[in-house]
Design a protein around this ligand. Structure first.
Ligand SMILES: *[C@@H]1O[C@H](CO)[C@@H](O)[C@H](O)[C@H]1NC(C)=O
Ligand SMILES: *[C@@H]1O[C@H](CO)[C@@H](O)[C@H](O)[C@H]1NC(C)=O
Ligand SMILES: *[C@@H]1O[C@H](CO)[C@@H](O)[C@H](O)[C@H]1NC(C)=O
Ligand SMILES: *[C@@H]1O[C@H](CO)[C@@H](O)[C@H](O)[C@H]1NC(C)=O
Length: 303
């Protein structure tokens, strides 16, 4: 078994080497006091445009305008009203600037596509709302008639346009080829219940969508940055830049492979030892029998 021990230590070293060092980092803003706009508390990484530039994260997405007592997030061409910021879990809720609560004549003005930025991106629990204009009426549970936000001149060859809000993912069979997408927005899935009508979807759009901004706190994390138990975690991986959870299966196969490999090597060594031992034994037996034969022959000669 002397061969097994070095194998085991090599394995241990490998495991130790490739284990990541999880480091928890929390960046604390310096001496800036938090601001407020429309009841929303604004502190690092956010800042108001009127705050000192050093007070927020350097990326301009964190610079909020306070307009008519509403904090406005500008992302690309899109403008969104910040409804709330949660500093405990690095999330926020924003609504399209075009959507005014309880004014059912107001419509989303921007596409949620403008929200996939380096530091701020949609959270896990949103639902797509797609504005479509159709040539023909559509009867499908996911299509909710939209009396307001449609584009009457969506088709140059038809004066009659049927407009809908399509909620969530629609199977391809449910998407009719007489419809073209106009805009899409997101709403927090907390607010949507089945069989919504236009009023309810409008209320959801006014409530807004969930975004996450934890990447602002990843600092110089070169590994895999994520949120775990409401804390920023940075994992340094040794052989791959992929998160451990995605790696576990491959790693398991690797460990099992190394185990099987070392067993095979041990088997081979023992096999060789056995064969050599057997040959030696046989040779000895042969020699002793020839010795015996020689002795017998000598005895016979003597007689
Ligand atoms: C973050 O926390 C707030 C309350 O502090 C909660 O309303 C919100 O749903 C949480 N968001 C996520 C993504 O966990
Ligand atoms: C409701 O929104 C529409 C479209 O944005 C606007 O023209 C109208 O003035 C608003 N109505 C009220 C009462 O604010
Ligand atoms: C109108 O144009 C659309 C393409 O924009 C086409 O799919 C549709 O068949 C046309 N309808 C008529 C009645 O010509
Ligand atoms: C939408 O549904 C809600 C609740 O079922 C109802 O109160 C409201 O009147 C409906 N609105 C329209 C436009 O049908």
């Amino acid at each position: 078994m002397s061969k097994g021990k070095p194998m085991f230590s090599i394995l241990t070293i490998l495991v130790l080497c490739c284990w990541f060092a999880a480091r928890i980092r929390a960046q604390n803003p310096s001496s800036c006091v938090s601001s407020s706009c429309g009841g929303v508390s604004i502190s690092y990484p956010f800042r108001l445009a009127t705050d000192h530039p050093n007070c927020g994260h350097p990326d301009p997405i964190f610079k909020l305008q306070c307009l008519q007592n509403r904090p406005i997030l500008q992302s690309g061409s899109g403008k969104f009203v910040v409804q709330s910021i949660s500093y405990n879990n690095f999330s926020m809720r924003v609504s399209d600037l075009g959507v005014v609560d309880k004014n059912y004549s107001s419509c989303p003005a921007y596409s949620s596509n403008s929200l996939g930025t380096q530091y701020i991106s949609p959270g896990q629990s949103n639902e797509d709302i797609i504005l479509v204009n159709c040539l023909k009426p559509v009867s499908h549970p996911s299509y909710v008639e939209d009396p307001v936000c449609g584009n009457p001149s969506a088709f140059s060859n038809s004066s009659r346009v049927y407009s809908y809000l399509v909620v969530g993912w629609v199977p391809p069979s449910g998407m009719t080829d007489s419809c073209v997408e106009d805009r899409r927005t997101l709403v927090s899935s907390d607010t949507l219940v089945g069989n919504s009508n236009y009023t309810m979807i409008h209320d959801s759009m006014a409530y807004g969508m969930d975004l996450t901004w934890f990447r602002a706190l990843c600092g110089e994390c070169k590994g895999f940055c994520s949120v775990e138990d409401n804390k920023i975690s940075c994992r340094h991986v040794c052989y791959e830049d992929t998160p451990f959870s995605e790696r576990t299966f491959g790693f398991l196969i690797f460990v099992v492979g190394v185990g099987i490999g070392s067993l095979l090597v041990l088997r081979f060594i023992f096999g060789v030892l056995f064969v050599v031992g057997f040959l030696l034994y046989k040779r000895r037996k042969q020699r002793s029998s020839t010795d015996k034969a020689e002795a017998k022959a000598l005895e016979l000669e003597k007689r």
